[in-house]
Design a protein around this ligand. Structure first.
Ligand code: NAD
Ligand code: GLY
Length: 370
């Protein structure tokens, strides 16, 4: 990993290299007010619609708006209701209408100001409105700063499942201000840490060690280690996305812990566990399965469990009949022919894809069904 001591300021700290669709990610502290100047550099028109929700708007809309207006942009604001339950096609339709009313044309662009829900929905609206306009991500949750704002996956949920409609549409720029995390509710912050731990567990042993060593400062939301870990994760994700933008192979490594995590969310009815908590449970299950398969030692599993616990994340899978878990696992949109491709950790910082058709060993490794 690169020297991280220089992280900060306004320069794009990370680049997602995708040829003529490459873009920068600027990671700093107290940098929201730079958005206008950064957008000017992109030369993507003067009309901008900020898509946000009332919660995030209450904290950050004024500074984002002022920054854009001071840079000479003609700014409209489109608010969507706060909540995963509004990440759907009805909300997208209302956003399209608001964009028309705001006079948005193909020369304009969208700024997604908020967490992953706003980012996914605003990105999808940008991907499809007038057959596609540009957009900029300003993520304000830890999860969106380390994961959803980078890589161009946009979309919405259907009643029949999450993220079933979407498009790959890369942003033109991502501005991450870690100071926005100071207002994030504790449970959301800790949920985001599950994704950070994921990167360490399967992609970078050094990051994992850093998290072990600096857990206290991270939990206290000290901006310095936060900038470091966010940059680190963005670099890792940028590297994966540059190699496999459309998830034909490598990008699936980012699903570590998500396979069983999605089943936990589905079985418990979305809400009992946050996404990050469910992923934490899924990572413990994946680590135990990886150990069973001989990819990892008991000490590796113990370290993953200990770090998740240190960050306040759960480990034990809720008890449902194994058959219910199996039905949920094979319902996942990533399952094929009754089996799943499962991401195992190799030690700490490595991974292996395993095709699993007999799901019982996976469940018993997770403590489900004996
Ligand atoms: P979220 O967007 O619902 O945000 C969580 C809560 O925090 C919301 O109530 C929001 O209003 C509030 N909030 C946001 N920023 C805040 C701040 N700075 N201060 C105070 N409150 C703030 O949830 P999330 O965890 O950011 O995102 C979850 C979504 O991301 C899911 O829909 C998931 O499918 C999606 N996702 C997408 C990708 C991708 O690659 N596109 C990857 C992972 C997750
Ligand atoms: N969050 C997984 C991905 O972006 O591929």
């Amino acid at each position: 990993m690169d020297d991280l001591s220089s992280v900060g300021g306004n320069s794009p700290d990370v680049t997602v290299s995708l040829g003529d669709r490459s873009y920068g990610i600027a990671i700093g502290s107290g940098t929201l007010g730079n958005l206008g100047q950064e957008c000017l550099k992109l030369e993507i028109g003067k009309k901008v619609a900020i898509i946000t929700n009332p919660t995030v708007a209450g904290y950050y809309l004024a500074s984002v708006r002022t920054s854009l207006e001071s840079a000479g942009f003609n700014v409209a604001v489109v608010e969507i209701p706060d909540g995963e339950e509004f990440k759907n096609l009805d909300t997208v339709a209302s956003v399209y209408n608001d964009l028309v009313d705001a006079g948005m044309n193909r020369g304009g662009f969208v700024v997604a100001l908020g967490g992953g829900v706003v980012g996914d929905l605003a990105g999808f609206a940008a991907a499809t409105f007038l057959r596609g306009i540009e957009f900029v991500q300003v993520p304000t949750t830890l999860l969106s700063q380390v994961d959803s704002s980078v890589g161009g996956k946009t979309g919405v949920n259907l009643d029949k499942g999450k993220n079933l409609v979407g498009a790959f549409h890369q942003p033109r720029f991502v501005l991450i201000d870690v100071m926005t995390l100071s207002t994030l509710p504790e449970r959301e912050f800790i949920g985001g840490l599950a994704e950070v731990i994921k990167y360490g567990a399967v992609l970078d042993a050094e990051l994992f060690g850093f998290l072990e060593q600096h857990s206290e400062e991270i939990l206290a939301r000290d901006p310095e280690p936060l900038k470091q870990i966010i940059s680190w994760c963005c670099r890792l994700k940028a590297d994966v996305v540059a190699q496999d933008e459309r998830e034909t192979g490598l990008r699936a490594v980012l699903n570590f812990g998500h396979t069983l995590g999605h089943a936990v969310e589905l079985l418990t009815g979305y809400g009992k566990y946050s996404h990050g908590e469910a992923v934490a449970i899924g990572m413990v299950a994946a680590a135990s399965f990886s150990e069973q398969k001989g990819f990892a030692a008991p000490e590796d599993t113990a370290r993953i469990r200990a770090l998740l616990a240190r960050m306040g994340l759960p480990a034990e899978a809720p008890q449902f009949a194994p058959g219910e878990y199996i039905a949920s696992l094979v319902r996942d949109k990533k399952s094929r022919d009754g089996g799943i491709t499962f991401v195992c950790n190799k030690g700490i910082g490595g991974f292996s894809f395993e095709r699993v058709t007999d799901l019982w060993p996976l469940l018993s490794a997770s403590g489900i069904g004996g």
